[in-house]
Every structure is written in structure tokens, then in C-alpha cells.
Design a protein around this ligand. Structure first.
Ligand SMILES: NC(=O)c1ccc[n+]([C@@H]2O[C@H](COP(=O)([O-])OP(=O)(O)OC[C@H]3O[C@@H](n4cnc5c(N)ncnc54)[C@H](OP(=O)(O)O)[C@@H]3O)[C@@H](O)[C@H]2O)c1
Length: 254
């Protein structure tokens, strides 16, 4: 179990992960773009296991480090401070939010492979990208619970994936190994395992924007490892990038 989780990005996903980690007895070092002082309220709420720092300090402090910023900010990550680290990549490509990135549009690279190219001295693992922040928290269960859910994990290094699976276990999740960073498109936006299975059946007739609002609050449904495997295997590669409903700035606020 990691002693300290570094978080670069402390928004929806960073906050949910920090809550799970602190509850599991893991120290967290949070960071964002505006400075540690802007995280004082969250740190106070999380208690003694949490502190705020700069992104480089969070990177250096973490036994594992989560990169959970909008993809358009990926090249602002502290490359040197992340050298030698396992970097858990939650990033998703939403062109309407992130701008067009040619190598993603052509499917020459997955977004995780793009991140790995930026961080040649780090080990990138794709994880936590295919679930809404609310369900990431509400569906967490202790090891052995009959209603425990699983998340896909993709990466090029077995040791990094093993460490990631260990973190997931502590946070309340089983792991399904879905291959390499090249394979990680199988959990990107618009694939079968992306967000919706964890949210569950929605009321009929919701517009996309209403669906996202509903998904912000619904507790979600169990998605066991065998179902995650089926969904990942059923993926067919289409154009990269998700679609943001009109009026929505952050599609996964689900
Ligand atoms: N929301 C979801 O349910 C969900 C689910 C799965 C995956 N994701 C993906 O995970 C990533 C984070 O999503 P989110 O919803 O948590 O985003 P969010 O709520 O918008 O939070 C983004 C965080 O990143 C920080 N940030 C932005 N630029 C930064 C920089 N240059 N250096 C350090 N920190 C920076 C922001 O800090 P400031 O506020 O100070 O700028 C903020 O704390 C995105 O790539 C998203 O596509 C989201």
C-alpha cells in the first residue's frame, strides 16, 4: 500500500480519490494550478492525512502520483519531478474542451501514449478515467464484498500496473488488466465501459445534458470484474474524443 498519494489536479476526480485515500489511511498531497492556499478548505475537511503543495512537490511526495487535469493542460505537468514515478493517468480527450490534437484524432496515439511520450522517465498507467467522480466514491467497497466493482487498468510496465492494482484494492476497487497504453483506447470516451455502466439505468427521455446532471447524483450500480472484461472486449475503435453536450463545460461531471 502506498504511504503517500500525490495528486496533480484536485477537482472532481482528485477530490474523490483524496477522500478514498484518506479513508483508507493513505496520506495525500494535493495540488492544482492556482496554488496550495486555494486548497485550504479541502485540506481542512480531509484532516491530518492531507496537505496541499505545488504540482512538483506533490509529484515528488507521492509513492504513486495521479495526473488528473484537463487534457489541454497535460503538457504543464512537472516532467522532471515525475521522473521515476508511476503516474496514474485519468485524462480524457474532449476536443470541444481540450482543442484538437491531430495524433489523437487520427488514432495514431491514445491519450495515455501521448502522456507517456511527454514523461519518458515515468511509468504511465491509464486508470480512473472511465467512471464518474461520484460513482468512484459511492461504489467503493472493501475487499471481498460481494458487490465490489472493478476498473480497467492499462499500462506498459507490469510493476507499475501491480502497484496501481494495489492502490485500487486499498481504495475499494478490483482491477481488470486491459493491456498496454496502446490498448487503452478501449476505455476512452464513447466505449462500452465508459461511465454509463457504473451510473446504471437512467430515467427515460433525458437529454444528454439532463443525463449528466442525473449521473452527478445517482449512487451507481456494481460493475464486477467479469462485466468490465466483457465491456472492454466489446469495444470497437471509432474516432477519438467524446462529445460535450451543449451548455456543459465538463462532460464527466457524472
Ligand atoms: N469528472 C469526472 O467525473 C471525470 C471522470 C473520469 C475522468 N475525468 C478526467 O480526469 C481529468 C480531471 O477531471 P476533473 O473533472 O477532476 O477536472 P476538474 O474538476 O476540472 O479539475 C481539474 C483540476 O486540474 C487542475 N489543473 C488544471 N491545470 C493544471 C495545471 N497546469 N497544473 C496543476 N493542476 C492543474 C485544476 O486546478 P485549478 O482549479 O486550480 O485550475 C483542478 O484542480 C480530466 O482529464 C477529465 O477528462 C473526469
Amino acid at each position: 500500500m502506498p504511504r503517500t498519494l500525490g495528486l496533480i489536479g484536485s477537482g472532481n476526480i482528485g477530490t474523490a480519490l483524496a477522500r478514498l485515500a484518506v479513508a483508507a489511511g493513505v496520506d495525500v498531497v494535493l495540488s492544482n494550478s492556482r496554488g496550495p492556499e486555494t486548497l485550504a478548505g479541502l485540506v481542512a475537511e480531509l484532516g491530518d492525512r492531507a496537505r496541499a503543495a505545488t504540482p512538483a512537490e506533490a509529484a515528488r511526495a507521492g509513492d504513486l502520483v495521479v495526473a488528473t487535469v484537463p487534457l489541454h493542460a497535460y503538457d504543464k505537468l512537472p516532467v522532471d519531478a515525475l521522473a521515476g514515478k508511476t503516474v496514474l493517468d485519468t485524462l480524457n480527450y474532449y476536443p470541444q474542451r481540450d482543442g484538437r490534437i491531430a495524433e489523437l484524432d487520427t488514432n495514431d496515439l491514445t491519450s495515455s501514449a501521448l502522456l507517456q511520450r511527454l514523461l519518458p522517465a515515468s511509468r504511465v498507467v491509464k486508470v480512473f478515467n472511465n467512471i464518474g467522480a461520484h460513482q468512484l466514491f459511492t461504489l467503493a467497497r472493501p475487499a471481498g464484498a460481494p458487490d465490489r466493482s472493478a476498473l480497467p487498468v492499462a499500462g506498459d510496465g507490469p510493476d507499475a500496473k501491480k502497484a496501481t492494482a494495489g492502490l485500487l484494492d486499498v481504495l475499494g476497487w478490483d482491477t481488470v488488466d486491459t493491456g498496454t497504453l496502446t490498448d487503452s483506447w478501449r476505455s476512452e470516451p464513447e466505449t462500452p465501459v465508459y461511465v454509463k455502466p457504473y451510473a446504471g439505468e437512467s430515467p427515460a427521455g433525458l437529454s444528454p445534458a439532463d443525463w449528466f446532471r442525473w449521473a452527478l447524483e445517482t449512487p451507481g450500480v456494481t460493475v464486477p470484474a467479469a462485466r468490465v472484461r466483457e465491456l472492454v472486449d466489446a469495444a470497437v475503435r471509432g474516432p477519438a474524443g467524446g462529445v460535450v453536450p451543449a451548455g456543459f463545460d465538463s462532460p464527466e461531471k457524472a
